[in-house]
Design a binder for this molecule. Structure first.
Ligand code: ADP
Length: 242
């Protein structure tokens, strides 16, 4: 074995050792189900960083990389980007030491193929997925949320508003940081229809997959519930997994 191979092997073991006991959760739910909002609420309580594949896509598009340009075509049409492309972005992001103690996945996996890629990756590290939280929101509620969603343009803030349910205090201005708000390129009526139709189809086998594994936790999250109450339910479930 060459010195280089020995070094690579030692490094793999070192990283596995650093990742031991990592707590890993996934937040799933349709477009507009409130994954970003819940991730923001539960992350500080679970003391874990959030990885959002939607944000990774938007970062890549903003940087104008070849991957970003490719992804943009899918996002604009309200379609999912190819599994392998998203998985590569995720894998690169998760290689950073700040994720060694664990993380909350937001928006990944969305297909059974992605779930299997994730399982293989966690297996390489000697980790397991503790729980998958599925935010269950009726379709009419999702439609109502998406069309009226506005998001803060400041990436480090990223706060989401709903023009009817949780409007900003000043029109088109973020309450937290004062930056202007924008409507996402995939929040057009056509893209919304496509995203909802895809989600309805893809969630069935994915739900079944995690049900079989015993890691699925379904969290009811209709428009009648306050986000803070939904977050409490997630935290209570996470506590039983710890
Ligand atoms: P939403 O959940 O509201 O659709 P996201 O911000 O999670 O929003 O994702 C925005 C877009 O980014 C998706 O419509 C899709 O094109 C792309 N994307 C994000 N996550 C994935 C994923 N896991 N697989 C494929 N495409 C993804």
């Amino acid at each position: 074995m060459s010195n280089w191979n020995i070094f690579a092997l030692l490094y793999v073991h070192y990283v596995r050792w650093r990742r031991r006991g990592a707590r890993i959760y996934a937040l799933m739910g349709g477009p507009g189900a409130g994954k970003d909002t819940q991730a923001k609420l539960v992350a500080p309580l679970l003391k874990l960083p959030v990885v959002s594949t939607g944000d990774l896509c938007r970062r890549e598009m903003e940087l104008g990389t070849a991957t970003g340009k490719m992804i943009e075509g899918f996002v604009k049409m309200g379609r999912l980007a190819p599994d392998e492309v998203i998985f590569q972005l995720l894998r690169n992001e998760l290689s950073q030491p700040r994720y060694y103690r664990g993380f909350i996945l937001n928006g990944f996996p969305r297909t059974v193929a992605q779930a299997k890629l994730l399982e293989a990756l966690l297996g390489e590290w000697g980790n397991d997925l503790q729980a998958v939280f599925l935010l269950e929101v009726p379709l009419p509620d999702l439609k109502e949320r998406l069309g009226m969603r506005r998001v803060c343009t400041n990436k480090s803030c990223n706060r989401s508003y709903h023009l009817k349910f949780s409007p900003p205090r000043m029109p088109n201005t973020c309450d937290d940081c004062g930056s202007p708000l924008y409507q996402r390129i995939d929040d057009t009526p056509e893209a919304i229809e496509k995203r909802l139709a895809d989600y309805t189809e893809l969630i069935k086998p994915l739900r079944h997959y995690y049900q079989q594994k015993g890691t699925l936790r379904v969290i009811e999250s209709t428009n009648a519930f306050k986000p803070e109450d939904v977050a409490k339910v997630i935290i209570a479930h996470a506590a039983t997994q710890a």
